[in-house]
Ligand binder design. Structure first.
Ligand code: F3S
Length: 755
């Protein structure tokens, strides 16, 4: 389990030299983000200044982390690469496949039985290829990474969009698709467009009911779900230094909700305290030796306007607690104003559940702050009006919180303590209190609140807040409750107020755990047998994709024109479908079933141009596939936002979709389409989206000349025979066009390995 201190010493040794060189070639002071990026260049010392938002750059990440849902496909792909061991330290974390229902013990037992085949596969494949394995129940990937592997100034990638959580410990940590992780596991460079930089200056101090979570809820309201696209958000200022390390993690975690590449903070005393508390004093000692390299140059923070592409300033003294939602994490409303808004919009005021946990807010400090509110319900004799569910972030936190009596406080309120896992945050929630699709409200301390995400019910209005605010609202049972001003009536009929939350940053008696849930891999795993049953429903060995030929790109049929938001959840739904994440054919049966058809505003109801009949998207697509006809998906802005799952690209690819043409992409999804050898294109003229009709056929007239920085021309033939010629932009560089030409990035890796 231990991190590799020699590896970290190596990173720091290179950092000083490379940062000095980068300062020389760029001719300016450097932000922290630039220091980390330039010191992780694949080619070693920097030789040129990169242009933000333009240059594609090869990097050498220090670590990789994968969660169980995405690891299946990533490792199935890695097995195809023909390598004996992973080239970079890698861990697998079993956290997504555990359903929350009755409580930790029963739920874990049930998951270990229903997903035994998948856990056994992940354990054996980890053992074989030198990957550290965190068992089901060990904790949520990002909390476990923060506790064990994150280090200031490091760079990591992870097959989960909230990998960015490790920015709380001063990393550049980025969520990627499994295909990107496979490149790095196979010893290849990892490519990223050099990001823009958004600076967030925090002044003042957090106090009272306001928490670190409210910083990012506020930032989400300012930037919206796409405002951070292509950018690293770098937080600085006195206010930043005064936040705890796990609070910084919360802020970085939800950077994913504004589309940011990642977020980070400069190394400071809070990080040092956290490193020492989590038994990593040797990292703190090393970090202290290179402190000036682990934060921006002083000139940057003195004149931030000169060094960031965008600057936001937040005075923490004035920041109020927020609840964001429903249905989108950027709909930010200060607590106290929510009642009016809820009534205007007809959102249910009664709150049925308060859920505390997820990778966003499950630290020891989070649990203490929420427990300090929960305890008042007991001492002030207030009967909680909502149900409570708690997901501790890791076994280390759970064990310590149990030892310190925190979990007992929640249990005294009737809370269910679920497994140390994602649970309701990813739709793994067997919710017993709702029978059908009833309209209802829940509050949670998670990061995402898209429709259906927590419980599969499109009418569940989910609001995101800090754990302590979730506790207060759940106790009151009312969305319009403002604990700073409102009173509650207790069981004695008295009016009482909740006092401000009290948190403990790090456990006074230290962290403790009996079995953290880690399995180290064998030194030599060559004799380990990885078994995938031929008739398995859950796992399927992969076949390489054939290249899409220019001929196949003539006569391409429209599969669906998606209307409005189309996230990776809409393209490849989670919840019950998680069980098929390792079986491409089976999971393809959920392809785009959540996308809204622009012509009838229905989901999973599209016209087949072969029969004129309407049917489910996967069914219609399979009929095109059977006839060898390629199709296209058309979409709106920020298509593919949400998560890093490459299934959202692999499934359409597997079913025969050749191209996705949209107004704009979420970064990770666009890369995933490229990796799978598909065309990911954007309208040169956004208005051309309106030209696309239900019976359209597409001819990619100049695809044979596909080249970097060159628009593609598409002839759109409408049902009545009339035609439009439209231009499409793309961001493929020469190597990525190679992936397209060879069928996938993996095909290129395999050929290069064999050479
Ligand atoms: Fe898990 Fe939700 Fe985080 S799914 S990794 S707890 S965003």
């Amino acid at each position: 389990m231990a991190f590799d201190i020699d590896m970290i010493k190596g990173v720091y040794a290179k950092m000083a030299e490379r940062v000095d060189k980068a300062r020389e070639v760029t001719g300016k002071p450097l932000t922290l983000s630039e220091k980390i990026l330039y010191s992780h260049l694949w080619d070693g010392n920097p030789t040129k200044a990169f242009t933000r938002a333009k240059d594609y750059v090869d990097f050498a990440p220090d670590r990789i982390a994968c969660q169980d849902a995405t690891a299946q496909m990533a490792l199935l792909q890695f097995m195809q690469a023909g390598k004996p061991q992973v080239a970079v330290p890698t861990t697998v974390h079993c956290d997504h496949l555990i359903q929350a229902k009755s409580g930790a013990a029963a739920d874990l037992k049930s998951a270990n039985s229903t997903s035994a085949e998948v856990f056994d596969f992940l354990e054996s494949v980890s053992n074989k290829y030198g990957i550290g394995f965190w068992k089901p129940g060990a904790g949520i990937i990002h909390q476990v990474v923060l506790e064990n592997y994150a280090f200031p100034g490091g760079m990591m990638i992870g097959t989960d969009s909230h990998t960015v959580n490790a920015g709380g410990l001063g990393m550049v940590a980025i969520g990627v698709g499994g295909a990107d992780a496979v490149d790095v596991m196979a010893g290849m460079a990892w490519e990223l467009k050099f990001p823009k930089l958004i600076g967030v200056k925090l002044t003042g101090n957090i106090s009272g009911w306001t928490s670190a979570k409210d910083v990012i809820l506020k930032v989400a309201g300012i930037l919206t779900v796409k405002g951070g696209t292509g950018a690293i958000i770098e937080y600085f200022g006195e206010g930043a230094k005064n936040l705890s390390c796990t609070g910084k993690g919360t802020i970085c975690n939800m950077g994913a909700e504004v589309g940011a590449t990642t977020s980070t903070f400069g190394y400071d005393d809070s990080m040092e305290r956290y490193l020492r508390a989590t038994d990593r004093s040797d990292i703190a000692d090393e970090a202290n030796k290179v402190r000036e390299y682990l934060t921006a140059d002083p000139e940057v923070y003195d004149n931030p306007d000169n060094y960031f592409d965008e600057l936001i300033e937040i005075n923490l003294d004035e920041l109020r607690p927020h609840l964001n939602g429903p249905f989108t994490p950027d709909l930010a409303t200060p607590v106290g104003e929510l009642g009016v808004k809820a009534r205007e919009n007809n959102w249910p005021i009664n709150v049925d559940w308060g859920l505390i946990g997820s990778c966003t807010n499950s630290s020891y400090e989070d649990l203490t702050r929420a427990a300090s509110i929960a305890k008042q319900a007991i001492t002030k004799n207030i009967k909680p009006k909502s149900d409570f569910g708690i997901n501790p972030g890791s076994e280390q936190i759970r064990f310590t919180a149990e030892r310190d009596g925190l979990l007992q406080i929640f249990e005294d309120l009737g809370a269910t303590v679920f497994t140390n896992a994602c649970g309701p945050c990813i739709g793994q929630w067997d919710r017993s209190d709702m029978k059908g699709d009833e309209k209802n409200t829940i509050v949670h301390s998670f990061n995402r609140n898209f429709s259906k995400r927590a419980d599969g019910n499109p009418n569940t209005h989910a609001f995101v807040g800090s754990p302590e605010m979730v506790a207060a609202i759940a106790i009151s049972g009312k969305l319009d409750f403002d604990p700073m001003n409102d009173t509650l009536i207790n069981e004695d009929g008295e009016e009482v107020m909740l006092d401000e939350p009290m948190g403990i940053e790090l456990p006074v008696k230290g962290f403790e755990v009996e079995d953290a849930g880690y399995l180290a891999p064998r030194e030599d795993g060559s004799s380990v047998d990885v078994k995938v049953a031929k008739d398995s429903e859950r796992l399927q060995l992969l076949e390489p994709f054939e290249p899409i030929t220019p001929d196949e790109l003539q006569g391409v049929k429209l599969l669906i024109k998606a209307f409005g938001k189309c996230t990776t959840d809409h393209i490849s739904m989670a919840g019950p479908w998680l069980r098929f994440r390792g079986h491409l054919d089976n999971i393809a049966n959920n392809t785009l079933i959540g996308a809204v058809n622009a012509y009838n505003k229905k989901t999973n109801f599209v016209k087949s141009q072969l029969t004129g009949e309407y049917g489910g998207v996967p069914d219609v697509q399979r009929t095109y596939k059977a006839k060898g006809i390629k199709t296209i998906v058309v979409g709106d802005h920020n298509y593919g936002e949400g998560s890093s799952r490459e299934h959202a690209a692999m499934q359409p690819r597997f079913l025969g979709v050749a191209a996705v043409l949209v107004k704009s992409f979420a970064r990770i999804h666009e890369t995933n389409l490229k990796k799978q050898g598909m065309l990911g294109l954007t309208f040169a003229n956004e208005k051309d989206y309106d030209l696309i009709q239900e019976d359209d056929t597409f001819n990619f007239v100049d695809i044979a000349d596909f080249a970097p920085d060159k628009q593609l021309t598409i002839e759109v033939v409408h049902g009545d025979g009339s035609k439009d010629s439209i231009k499409a932009n793309h961001t493929y560089n020469a190597a990525q066009i190679g992936w397209f030409n060879e069928g996938s990035a993996l095909n290129v890796i395999k050929r290069e390995n064999a050479a």
